[in-house]
Design a protein around this ligand. Structure first.
Ligand code: PMP
Ligand code: GLU
Length: 396
């Protein structure tokens, strides 16, 4: 009764674990949730006020399929101002989260059997989106020794005459890896030589540490811009995960086809959320920087405390709010009824023994690691790390 297409798709590991954490917390379990990737700060007050005004002004109807003119114009201005990218309002589509923008872009570009290169570890949904489009996933390992970044040579080897698309996440979920301008240029050279499209997911653009400067992939040159879909959103930078607003910018033909697909799925993004997103973009950006500073402090704390745990090897993330320790030294060990053979077993063990939720690396197609989110208070991070250390110490 269920379609074969859906049978091949897995439930999002992150969403599954996040739902489990919500359930356990509401059942009164003293849980430290380091699984979910969402800022713990409230949405800034002025953004909430804009939504209230929108409601009072009866801004409660369908908007244009691509999004309101006001919001798309503000997004175009943001891309120009901050990323040196010129797009017209019509080259921008607002979607129900960056996730829908990514989904629409993948379905728009990829045909059955075409190859899509995905650096792994990768965001949980990319592979499933490609499977939904009946594309062929080609993984390229971004290993720990290269700070979880792909080598250009590995990318080169993965390219065939069938390669259609590269799905790049910069900065990266789940590793916090960051490609700088020079590294992006090398990737761009290969992309142009081989006539490949790129979807560059830049949703963590504002969450970069150590004074790193962000460069949007499409801004490298006019040729690469023509082959790139820029995806971004409001969930992370403005702490607006539940508002569900993301966007994409690209060549007209791509955006128009994404709009066609969207017109048959969600019609448009929520009108009230679009008004809130407009306020987010057009008002002072102080809260974005305040949150970033908060995350940097927590990143340092999480890194320093996790590196103290014997058996973990940790790469310091440059961006986003995740840390991705290597936990392979615990495989083959056990405590009472728990035998840890892989990252899934370890995540389950930490949930039951330490009452801490983490996401197994297998969810990101990278066995041997777990992902912890440091978008949490220092108190919770401290308690979470102590509990993890205690539980890991019991494994013999
Ligand atoms: N891309 C990445 C890399 C993410 O981590 C997320 C997190 N949810 C998304 C896209 C989707 O974000 P949104 O909430 O805007 O759908
Ligand atoms: N991006 C978040 C995460 O990785 C939210 C979940 C999701 O989008 O799948 O935890």
């Amino acid at each position: 009764m269920i379609s074969n297409r859906l049978k091949s798709i897995d439930l999002s590991t992150t969403m599954e674990i996040a739902a489990k954490a919500i359930e356990l917390k509401s059942a009164g379990v003293d849980l430290i949730d380091l699984s979910v990737g969402e800022p713990d700060f409230p949405t800034p007050q002025h953004i909430k006020e804009a939504a209230k005004n929108a409601l009072d002004n009866n801004c409660t109807k369908y908007t244009k399929n691509k999004g309101t003119n006001e919001l798309r114009t503000a997004i175009a201005a943001k891309l120009e101002r901050e990323n040196n990218l010129h797009y017209t309002t019509e080259q921008i589509i607002v979607s129900t989260g960056a996730k829908q923008a990514l989904f629409n872009a993948v379905q728009t570009i990829v045909d059955k059997g075409e190859e899509v290169i995905i650096p792994t570890p990768s965001y949980v949904s990319y592979i499933q989106m490609v499977k939904f489009a009946e594309g062929k996933v080609i993984k390229v390992d971004a290993d720990e020794t290269n700070r979880f970044k792909i080598h250009v040579n590995s990318l080169k080897k993965a390219i065939t005459k069938n390669t259609k698309l590269l799905l790049l996440c910069n900065p990266c979920n789940p590793t916090g890896a960051f490609y700088d301008k020079d590294e992006l240029k090398e990737i761009a050279r290969l992309v142009l030589e081989n006539n490949i499209f790129v979807i560059c997911d830049e949703i963590y653009e504002k969450l970069l540490y150590d004074r790193i400067e962000f460069c949007s992939f499409a801004s490298l040159n006019e040729d690469i811009k023509k082959q790139t879909v820029v995806v971004n959103g409001f969930s992370k930078a403005y702490s607006m995960t539940g508002w569900r607003i993301g966007y994409a910018a690209a060549e007209q033909n791509i955006i128009d086809n994404m709009a066609k697909l969207q017109s048959h799925s969600t019609s448009c993004a929520s009108s009230v959320s679009q008004a809130a997103a407009l306020a987010a973009l057009t008002s002072l950006q102080d809260s974005v920087e305040e949150m970033r500073i908060g995350f940097e402090y927590r990143r340092n704390f999480a890194f320093d405390s996790l590196t103290q745990i014997k058996g973990l090897s940790v790469v310091k993330p440059s961006g986003a709010f995740y840390i991705f320790p290597n936990v392979k030294s615990f495989f083959g060990k056990s405590f009472q009824n728990y035998a840890v053979k892989n990252s899934h077993d370890l995540a389950l063990y930490l949930l039951n023994e330490a009452k801490v939720t983490v996401v197994p690396g297998s969810g990101f197609k990278c066995e041997g690691y777990i992902r912890l989110s440091f978008a949490n208070s220092i108190e919770n991070l401290n308690e979470g790390v102590l509990r993890i250390a205690k539980a890991l110490n019991k494994l013999k």
